[in-house]
Design a protein around this ligand. Sequence first.
Ligand code: GLC
Length: 454
Amino acid sequence: MTSRVATLNPKVEQVLKSFKLSREELMLVIRNMRKEMEMGLSRKGQKEASVRMLPTFVRSRPNGKEQGSFVALDLGGTNFRVLLVTFCSQTEGGMKLVNQTYSIPQEVMQGRGIQLFDHIVDCVAKFLSNQNITERLPLGFTFSFPCNQISLDQAILLNWTKGFNVPDCVGKDVVQLLREAIQRRKDLDLEVVALTNDTVGTMMSVAYQDLKCEIGLIVGTGTNACYMEQMKNIEKLDGDLGEMCINMEWGAFGQGEQYSLAKIVNEFDKLVDQQSLHPGKQIFEKMISGKFLGAIVQNVLLNLKEKGCIFQGIQTSKLKQQDIIKTKTMSQIESDSGDLLDVKSILEDLGLPCGIEDCTVVQAVCLAVSQRAAQLCGAGLAAVLERMRENRGVDHMKITVGVDGTLYKSHPHFSQILKDTVKDLAAKCEVHFHQSKDSSGVGAALVAASTRAS
Ligand code: GLC
């Protein structure tokens, strides 16, 4: 790969350079992220902080004694999922899981609240009827958007992110919206007991198997992390005893002015931001997550086409087609480590027929964009790890990170670059990345189960 990159046209090299991050730049990301975390936890700074550091009211992790059946919902990625989770003792087989995925049409993702919640509850009703369930069950709701939680079952939606925009829900309690939608149907009997973010759900579901899991990380459609923080460090909450999981909402990092990403953001990031559903928001997320990486690549390719570096004979309008390069396509393109014939046929299928030289450029662009994404994600994680290590006053910390998200799971290099970056930037932390096998919905069921335990 290196030899191919070395022979690129200087104009291409120039563009690719704007995606290269030095170690100093990554250290700056860590410093700024840590300042934002501190601000987000403080009483005074919380309003200005771009990293919101939201209390989740999850104060412990699973202990293996969870019992009973729960319905769990998972909303926030590309699909909506309904699960039936049953926890039994290890001798009875531990956890049992049945689940079904439903799609959410774009007009529902960007429509009115009543439509969205009725659609969700409609899917739940279909699921329960297929499973022949009629008894009243407790429900845990994984809702992957920033919420101001007042308790486990009260969560005021602060704003939408990713591909969702249902304005009349903002400022409302999402648990209440779900309860009302359940009541609108006479045939459902469910008790909504807890709402969790997907990061929290992932941490909990991994912690069910690995007690050392104290961080949850998502790198999928969006990106975010949560971790266990000591109560005495959460200045904005009363009480000093024990710990609480904090949903960082790190995707919003960079949208503030004080500790920003301004030195790193390039012209292509700015274009992707302007073209997005929520301009000016979620800057870190737009440089890292699956919903946006393809669009960055597309903008770079357009720029190179305009400079006459690639795709001679292809209409510019073709390259302007919305979402022509998806992050999934990048994964496929970057998987070709040989003669690039796979890249050639992928581009042909997209209506972009070209020669091997262009394939080299396209692959180099994808590699540069995904490498930067993984490095930035690694720097964010290093900030969390170093904070936790220092808070504990230890020189060496062993910890597990529970991870979920398609980009992490399916991209050919992302997870390795992320791990290498964390190893370099948080050298005193020995990190085990534990890929979550279950949906973060299982975590919501575990949180729901915790409300029954005492
Ligand atoms: C977005 C959401 C956040 C979620 C993340 C991953 O950043 O705001 O709540 O955890 O996507 O799904």
